[in-house]
Design a protein around this ligand. Structure first.
Ligand SMILES: *Cc1c(COP(=O)(O)O)cnc(C)c1O
Length: 405
């Protein structure tokens, strides 16, 4: 009934050699129960949104309470303003923010806004970064695509892609020459400030700073896609942690507390160009949905407590330290990737050994541990993953990869 059996391709688990997907039945904290009765320690956490783990009580209660008052109005609500306040206070670049329903929609809208505000068409993106599945971003392999080994998607018009310039991540010289060539028509540089869709790949020294300078010099807008990093690597995202402030920021995943909500925001003068205050059109029937807004608020309010990030940092460090003997581990805050068996660092998109990763994935499943069914993803420690889960995972990885101890 459903193409490939799934509503998003990576869930099919073909790239890790499974012939059918896992079916989730319920989750609690760090754990996921499957329809065939397995209980798995879950490091995917819905691909990142669940910073407090599955079925977090406060989130569930907030959604229940909101639902009892009505599931959608298509009219403004006070909770949307409250959520906007949380985002503006947390994220350095965001003076004004609009809520949408998915990261794809947020990135697509931010690009249209950047194009409308600059009256230019071109955009620079980076191989291995993912900004959702809107046409202009499918010029390079993203997470789902890289996994399936398709260079780009049929159905994306070549005319749309003609304005997308794909550079190598962490390659300052490459971007500088692209800006030199296309700078006059350049609307924006889109980047994951810590890449999370080619494995966790941090920016090397000076990369983000160079993008900032190149944008300033050319009049293009710098757009950080913080759909993963937002509220994860710090409350204010990578821009707070790394001290580089973009013009626009794309948010998703954690901001919606596990419900379909995402956002884009930034400089007030740029955001003011959105309809109805400006002429750049963007809209959504379910935007700022009350259930999703309630979930996001219940999460974001708790992130004001510095204990959250101290703990996430400590747990991620424990996991990273435990995994270090098994390959290259790259981590920034509560996102990390083990590149099994690898000795050198990963600084830009690299094809990863799918067979080796598939064997690790299947082996860990046998030990009751669920990692992303793709080598191009991160482990997402949450506040629900305690030392017991971390240590059991490290031991299982060692066992599966054939390390004694
Ligand atoms: C997940 C993701 C998106 C897309 O978000 P969806 O809600 O899946 O549409 C965009 N950018 C990044 C960096 C992501 O990781």
């Amino acid at each position: 009934m459903i193409p490939g059996g799934v509503n998003s391709p990576v869930r099919a688990m073909r790239s890790v050699g499974l012939d059918r997907p896992l079916f989730a039945e319920r989750g609690w904290g760090a754990y996921l129960e499957t329809a065939d009765g397995r209980t798995l320690c879950d490091w995917v956490q819905s691909w990142g949104p669940l910073i407090f783990g599955h079925a977090d009580e406060e989130t569930v209660e907030a959604v229940r309470e909101a639902a009892s008052r009505g599931t959608s109005f298509g009219a403004a609500t006070e909770a949307e303003v409250e959520l906007a306040v949380e985002v503006v206070e947390a994220v350095p670049s965001v003076e004004s923010v609009r809520l949408v329903s998915s990261g794809t929609e947020a990135a697509m809208s931010a690009l249209r806004l950047a194009r409308g505000a600059t009256r230019r068409d071109r955009v620079i993106t980076f191989a291995g970064c993912y900004h959702g599945h809107a046409d202009p971003f499918l010029a390079s392999a993203g997470s789902g695509l890289a996994t399936l080994g398709i260079p780009s998607s049929p159905g994306v018009p070549t005319g749309v892609i003609a304005d997308t310039i794909v550079c190598e991540y962490n390659d300052v010289d490459g971007v500088a020459s692209a800006v030199e060539r296309y700078g006059e028509g350049l609307a924006a540089i889109f980047v994951e400030p810590v890449a999370g869709n080619m494995g966790c790949v941090p920016p090397t020294g000076g990369f983000l700073e160079a993008l900032r300078l190149l944008c300033d010099a050319s009049g293009a807008l710098l757009v950080f896609d913080e759909v993963i990093t937002g509220f994860r690597v710090a409350r204010g995202g990578a821009q707070e942690r790394l001290g580089v402030v973009p013009d626009l920021t794309v948010l998703g995943k954690i901001v919606g507390g596990g419900l379909p909500l995402a956002a884009f925001g930034g400089r007030r003068d740029v955001m003011a160009q959105l309809a109805p205050s400006g002429r750049v059109y963007q809209a959504g029937t379910l935007s700022g949905n009350p259930l999703a807004t309630a979930a996001g608020l219940s999460v974001l309010r708790r992130l004001r407590d510095p204990f959250v990030y101290e703990e996430l940092e400590r747990r991620a460090a424990r996991l990273a330290g435990g995994l270090a003997p098994f390959g290259t581990v790259q981590a920034v805050g509560a996102m990390l990737t083990l590149f099994p068996g690898r000795e050198e660092p990963v600084e830009r998109f690299a094809s990863l050994d799918a067979d080796r990763y598939g064997a690790l994935f299947r082996g860990l499943l046998g030990h009751g541990i669920y990692i992303a069914p793709s080598p191009y993803e991160c482990l997402f420690p949450s506040l629900a993953h305690g030392d017991a889960e971390i240590d059991a995972t490290v031991a299982a990885v060692g066992h599966v990869l054939g390390f004694a101890g």
